[in-house]
Design a protein around this ligand. Structure first.
Ligand SMILES: Nc1nc2c(ncn2[C@@H]2O[C@H](COP(=O)(O)OP(=O)(O)OP(=O)(O)O)[C@@H](O)[C@H]2O)c(=O)[nH]1
Ligand SMILES: [Zn+2]
Length: 223
């Protein structure tokens, strides 16, 4: 049976998929990506129809969907991902996972959850509070937000639409694995990301480890 959920003229990279929770693939678009060794790797950017939160989340898929594919859920961070801000570790984490996925196959979900869900302007307000001494979570609370607003239901819907229901998850954040499991994704393995520490993000990484429950070992002198 032809895979009618793919974009009309795009080749299928994965298993045939059925719409799940009313979510289906809207289009697949080729995006060649350069690997660390300089070689070009074909990837596909995938859009979806029917995501529960109505946001424009995208997947980037490298190679066919394996039985237990490697998956990274990356929450949008304009400052770190695009402008290379050293206030967080998002930029190097994104580069690391793209390189890993381009080399070994798998899926990156780029989730439009800027500022852990509070949005860009609010995140920048939180940065101003942090510059006055509050940590990343206390600054959120000062702005009347909870520590982390992110919900990964859409991520689970995207994975199901891609046929990836049993995965290896690239993260240090236990909440991502727990939420995906609660939404019916079997997280067979959790693979830690690198620790990308610099003199500007030390406070941020410490807060993530201490209050955010992230499995980050901050060994002295690794900055
Ligand atoms: N509210 C807020 N959000 C931030 C801040 N710094 C980075 N972020 C956002 O945090 C998100 C990244 O989340 P993190 O908690 O750093 O990491 P994670 O994605 O939960 O965990 P990993 O999978 O291990 O990377 C992105 O959406 C960033 O925009 C901050 O100071 N305040
Ligand atoms: Zn960031």
């Amino acid at each position: 049976m032809p895979n009618t959920l793919n974009g009309e003229d795009a080749p299928s990279l994965g298993v045939s998929v059925e719409p799940l929770d009313g979510v289906s693939i809207r289009a697949r678009v080729d995006i060649p990506v350069q690997r660390a060794d300089g070689a070009w790797q074909p990837g596909q950017m995938i859009t979806f129809t029917g995501l529960g939160d109505g946001l424009e989340h995208v997947a980037v898929q490298f190679g066919p969907i394996a039985e237990v594919p490697l998956v990274r859920l990356h929450s949008e961070c304009l400052t770190g991902d695009v402008f290379g801000s050293a206030r967080c570790d998002c930029g190097p984490q994104l580069t690391e996972s793209m390189q890993l996925l381009a080399a070994s196959g798998g899926v990156l979900l780029y989730l439009r959850q800027e500022g852990r869900g509070i949005g860009l302007y609010n995140k920048l307000d939180a940065y101003r509070l942090q510059d006055r001494g509050l940590d990343t979570f206390a600054a959120n609370r000062e702005l009347n937000f909870s520590d982390d607003l992110r919900d990964y239901r859409s991520a689970a819907q995207m994975l199901k639409a891609l046929g990836a229901t049993r995965i290896k998850l690239h993260t240090n954040n236990p909440d991502k694995a727990a939420q995906l499991s609660s939404y019916g994704i079997d997280v067979a393995e959790q693979i830690r990301t690198g620790i990308f520490r610099n003199e500007r993000n030390d406070h941020y990484l410490r807060a993530k480890a201490e209050y955010g429950g992230h499995s980050i070992e901050l060994v002295e002198g690794t900055a």
